[in-house]
Design a protein around this ligand. Structure first.
Ligand code: PLP
Length: 504
């Protein structure tokens, strides 16, 4: 493809993308294909001769579209959103055009410097404590996903505690043996509601993992007391807690751990690396009404949120802020001769490869820069507040039918969880509580499956404290009240249908 063919192809692709976005609400939100649908639609191998773009493009509709779930649809209310925007797409387009594996500053100074600057802009926009700004000892880096950030933090935390505990030992076999012995005792901690990425990171880091209870009566939050108790239990067993994920906006219910209490406990355990995972809800910190949470981050080691979830930056874009960047570079800086250069040697520049696991990196700051400039801080606040209000509206609808539904959590950052109320039939006797909860869970699951099977909306469910709940979060760019009104109607119809059958 030469440049004039590219111009023509790109115009045509953009036309198609615009049409896709303009009609997204009319498409069935979830793909209805069967597993393996794609194989019969494609040849067994690549073509021997190159094909025309028009032929390739026509396969988007024929081959790809049927297998897409439309995450940008206003009828997508599942998981957490993964929002896109046109300025972010333009950023990705330029990034693709300038294509570089910009691991060192010298690989493309603009890639590093823009990232440092926009991460400082983001930190200021969220009112993060100054320690997370690049002018001091901290700073921000863009990584792919929250899971990648957590692995980066857990491995760095593991090495940090070993460095600290064995600081007085001379380098050599004895120290290596001692480090290996210590590694076997290290334990990473997280709420029982922390995202599974923390447990996965502990597996990758080769350490143990232990969850901290955060029951319903505590609002699904880890309290300072629960944390202290877990740490004491670990100590008693000879285990060494070295890392903790604190969650701001848990996946199931958007719960926030007791940041203030945990910050107090942190003072007694300076060797535990505390990371705040705000993958979804962190975007709400652009609004001053949520920024009171941020002051506690000064007592923690790192923080991340995904701009690709709720802040209009296309996947992938997880902002990772670190209070002391040497906590990363002390672990990840390895400079073989082929990576050396004068700028690095003189310590004049940031080489982001030393803050992350991979070497190469993309020009992701462009899309953040474009989004921040296109919407402005006020535009982003408006975007978030709209979704928070929609969440409150939906919560009100659910509460308006206490005969059918019970809210379990929320609205929190747009997310409400609820269950369907079981009928109290004559057959409920004996162990009544057990029977009722079993029927409640079965019924809620049936209603959930019925709604999704109709294909008009896409919802997810989860289990919190043993209760099966439906989760609804409507936070895509095209979300509107009318869709929440409609999903509520569909839920009511489904609940009445199922309850009607049960009551007979
Ligand atoms: N942390 C929380 C609280 C999440 O809700 C999620 C995903 O929804 C993650 C981490 C993982 O995100 P990622 O897909 O960026 O790894």
């Amino acid at each position: 493809m030469d440049s004039s063919q590219f111009r023509e192809a790109a115009h045509s692709a953009i036309e198609e993308i615009v049409k896709y976005y303009d009609t997204i609400a009319e498409r069935p939100v979830v793909s209805s294909v069967e597993p393996g649908y794609l194989h019969p639609l494609l040849p067994e191998g690549p073509p021997e001769e190159g094909e025309e773009w028009s032929k390739i493009q026509s396969d988007i509709d024929r081959v790809i579209m049927p297998g897409l779930t439309h995450w940008q649809s206003p009828k997508f209310m599942a998981f957490f959103p993964c929002n896109s925007s046109f300025p972010a797409m333009l950023g990705d387009m330029y990034s693709g055009a300038f294509n570089a594996a910009a691991f060192n500053w010298i690989c493309s100074p603009a890639v590093t410097e823009l990232e440092t600057i926009v991460m400082d802009w983001v930190a200021k926009m969220l009112n993060l404590p100054d320690c997370y700004l690049s002018k001091g000892e901290g700073g921000g880096i863009i990584q792919g996903t929250a899971s990648e950030v957590v692995v980066t933090a857990v491995v760095a935390a593991r090495e940090r505690i070993i460095r600290r505990k064995l600081a007085d030992m001379e380098e050599g076999e004895e120290k290596l043996d001692k480090a290996a012995e210590m590694r076997g005792k290290l334990v990473a901690l997280g709420s029982e509601h922390a995202h599974s990425s923390t447990q996965k990171a502990a597996i990758i880091a080769g350490t143990r993992y232990r969850s901290i209870p955060a029951p319903q009566e505590k609002g699904f939050r880890v309290t300072a007391k629960a944390l202290e108790k877990t740490i004491e239990e670990c100590d008693a067993k000879g285990m060494i807690p070295f890392y903790l994920t604190v969650t701001l906006g848990s996946t199931a219910t958007c719960a926030i751990d007791d940041l203030e209490g945990i910050a107090e406990v942190a003072k007694d355990y300076p060797d535990i690396w505390i990371h705040v995972d705000a993958a979804y809800a962190g975007s709400a910190l652009v609004c001053p009404e949520y920024q009171h949470h941020c002051k506690h981050f000064a007592h923690f080691d790192s923080f991340n949120f995904n701009l690709h979830k709720w802040l209009l930056v296309n996947f992938d874009c997880s902002a990772f802020f670190i209070r002391k960047r040497s906590d990363l570079t002390d672990t990840y800086t390895l400079t073989p001769s082929y990576l050396r250069n004068n700028f690095t040697d003189k310590g004049l520049v940031t080489d982001y490869r030393d803050w992350q696991i991979p070497l190469g990196r993309r020009f992701r700051s462009l899309k953040v820069w474009f989004v921040l400039r296109t919407y402005g801080v006020n535009g982003l606040r408006k975007f978030i507040r709209n979704h928070v209000q929609l969440g409150e509206y939906f919560h009100g609808l659910i509460e308006s039918r206490p005969d059918l539904f019970t809210v379990v959590t929320g609205p929190a950052f747009g997310l409400t969880t609820f269950h369907v109320n079981p009928p109290r039939g004559k057959e409920v006797m004996g162990d009544e509580v057990y029977e009722t909860s079993k029927r409640r869970d079965e019924l809620t699951k049936e209603v959930y499956e019925l709604v999704n099977s109709k294909g008009e909306f896409f919802l997810t469910s989860t289990v919190v404290d043993g209760v099966y709940v439906i989760r609804v979060v409507s936070a895509t760019p095209s979300a509107e009240e009318k869709y929440l009104k409609r999903v509520f109607e569909v839920l009511v119809e489904a609940a009445e249908e199922r309850l009607g059958k049960k009551a007979i």
